[in-house]
Design a protein around this ligand. Structure first.
Ligand code: HEC
Ligand code: HEC
Ligand code: HEC
Ligand code: HEC
Ligand code: HEC
Ligand code: HEC
Ligand code: HEC
Length: 341
């Protein structure tokens, strides 16, 4: 515990009024660097109120036709309206939430007849327009409600918001009024109230939070797997085939590189949980070299000396997602091979 830190924090606190009870703002008072970077992270933008959605603002009119049904999403005044018609009947609802930062896609949630619905159409960046939401593929709507969206049950809604926001669930019920949109500090670090209070009181003994930096590869898989799905979940429930490429803890565990006790292969060996995703393949070379180099014990490559992930972590096109995902089952990938499960 550095005394200067605490003094600085107390000054910051004294200067702040009307503190929210939870959310990143509290943590931001003292952890400025993590918070500033985390704002750039796609995870922090995994959910936004539809009224604040950049994609919807930038696309004031989106249209989609499916059989006799025509859907449109229009920006009107200060909100976004979904309208579905079969020519005779029309269902019109304001969108409430935009799920997904939109790198691949974005799906909307609205309320109808007292229930939450997941929109049947999603925005896809690669199309710069609408297409069916992945789960809706292969089904045909028979009513205007179904053409608008999928009614979510209480458990489904809780899960959705549970992964895309912070503090969404209390006493096993969804708390739409108090949730903080996006994956915030407490989604991974757990409740920070006691920690913050102890720091303020100068009580170093009780200021500790679980030390996430000390997790091994398996424990990190469990943490990230709460949302990215664990090996067990996929092994037991599927899906099999290329649809499981999105579930990195499962894919990584199946790689020969994986060692549950080795921190060099845990998620955060390659990813900054507080920052944007690194997209330059060369930046990952030293992660591989931690094990595969002449100095380390692992085998080295006879084919190339750089750009490891571009061959050994191939990108896979996911049907209906209009996007490619990175296969975390690190391996010698042969042209034309079957996707290994
Ligand atoms: C009043 C200032 C203050 C607030 C508010 C605060 N922290 Fe801290 N935090 C600190 C200080 C000081 C340390 C360094 C403590 C140490 O090194 O023992 C720390 C350490 C940490 C660590 C490192 C723990 C470790 O042992 O490795 C994490 C993680 C953390 N804080 C997360 C959070 C989160 C999440 C929040 C918001 C819920 C938060 N903090 C709010 C001051 C604060
Ligand atoms: C509370 C749920 C949750 C947890 C826990 C979680 N994630 Fe995520 N993560 C998400 C969601 C939701 C997205 C999708 C964000 C988006 O694009 O809308 C995401 C996206 C990502 C991305 C992709 C960023 C991009 O640009 O495509 C990376 C990398 C990532 N997470 C890494 C991690 C790591 C590493 C951990 C564990 C330390 C972790 N996540 C834990 C929910 C979570
Ligand atoms: C178990 C946790 C979990 C649940 C439940 C969940 N998601 Fe996600 N979602 C994720 C993670 C993790 C990602 C990022 C990795 C990926 O794309 O698979 C993601 C990505 C997305 C994306 C793509 C984001 C982008 O930037 O391209 C959309 C859209 C999305 N989710 C919508 C939803 C909707 C709508 C629901 C509820 C009907 C939902 N999700 C339920 C964890 C979850
Ligand atoms: C997606 C999960 C996730 C989120 C969200 C997250 N953290 Fe972390 N954080 C981690 C992990 C994992 C570590 C350990 C890093 C490692 O593996 O070395 C960590 C480490 C830290 C540390 C210890 C110093 C360090 O960098 O190792 C601090 C302080 C911290 N986080 C603060 C925050 C604050 C503040 C926020 C919100 C702005 C936040 N974290 C959001 C997962 C997360
Ligand atoms: C050995 C390095 C490495 C490890 C370990 C690793 N990743 Fe990745 N990950 C990558 C690379 C490389 C990419 C692709 C980056 C790019 O070019 O966009 C990526 C991309 C992602 C994405 C973005 C979606 C996609 O498929 O492209 C998510 C989400 C993600 N990783 C989550 C995780 C999680 C969760 C773990 C732990 C189970 C993990 N990663 C472990 C290297 C790694
Ligand atoms: C924690 C250490 C570790 C890390 C980090 C690691 N590997 Fe490995 N990798 C291994 C081990 C152990 C094996 C098993 C064979 C061996 O002895 O080298 C292996 C096997 C391989 C194989 C052969 C697999 C096969 O199908 O026969 C390739 C290719 C490979 N690694 C590439 C990579 C690349 C590329 C990276 C970085 C993205 C990486 N590894 C990161 C430890 C690691
Ligand atoms: C241009 C594609 C390409 C790149 C880039 C590449 N590799 Fe390979 N690598 C291969 C192929 C193909 C093989 C299989 C060679 C064979 O047939 O035995 C291989 C084999 C391997 C093996 C297994 C060696 C053995 O003796 O079993 C490891 C480990 C490996 N690569 C690691 C890496 C690492 C680490 C990097 C980055 C420094 C890297 N590769 C870059 C294509 C590539």
């Amino acid at each position: 515990m550095r005394a200067g830190w605490v003094v600085l924090c107390m000054l910051l606190l004294a200067a702040t009024t009307a503190l929210p009870s939870s959310g990143d703002l509290v943590c931001a008072q003292c952890h400025r660097a993590e918070t500033a970077r985390a704002r750039e992270s796609p995870m922090a933008r995994a959910l936004v109120p539809a009224t604040q959605c950049n994609i919807l603002r930038a696309h004031p009119e989106l249209n989609f036709t499916e059989g006799i049904y025509r859907s449109s999403i229009r920006w009107e005044g200060d909100r976004s309206i979904l309208s579905v018609t079969d020519g005779r009947q029309t269902l019109t609802v304001p969108l409430l939430w935009a799920f997904g930062n939109g790198k691949a896609g974005q799906t909307y949630v609205f309320e109808h007849d007292g229930a939450l619905y997941e929109s049947r159409v999603s925005f896809y960046s690669a199309l710069n327009g609408l297409d069916l939401t992945m789960g809706a593929r292969g089904t045909a709507p028979r009513t205007i409600e179904v053409a608008a969206g999928r009614r979510m049950d209480a458990i489904g809604a809780r899960e959705c918001f549970g992964c895309h926001s912070t503090g969404a669930v209390a006493h096993r019920a969804l708390q739409l009024e108090s949730l903080v949109p996006g994956v915030g500090c407490e989604s991974c670090h757990g409740p920070g109230e006691k920690h913050a209070a102890a720091v303020r009181a100068g009580d170093a003994a009780h200021a500790g939070l679980p030390k996430l930096g000390a997790l091994d590869a398996e424990e990190m898989n469990e943490l990230c797997g709460r949302c990215h799905r664990t090996w067990q979940q996929i092994a037991l429930q599927g899906p099999l085939g290329v649809n499981n490429v999105r579930f990195q803890p499962y894919r990584l565990t199946n790689s020969k590189c994986y060692d549950p006790a080795d921190v060099r292969i845990r998620c955060t060996a390659c990813h900054d949980p507080h920052g944007p995703l690194e997209t330059n393949p060369a930046a990952y070379d030293r992660k591989c070299a931690a094990c595969h180099s002449s100095g380390a014990q692992g085998k080295t490559c006879a084919v190339a000396k750089a750009g490891c992930v571009s061959c050994h972590m191939p990108k896979v096109e996911l049907p209906g997602a209009h996007a490619r995902f990175t296969d975390h089952q690190i391996r010698i990938a042969r042209a034309g091979e079957q996707y290994p499960n």
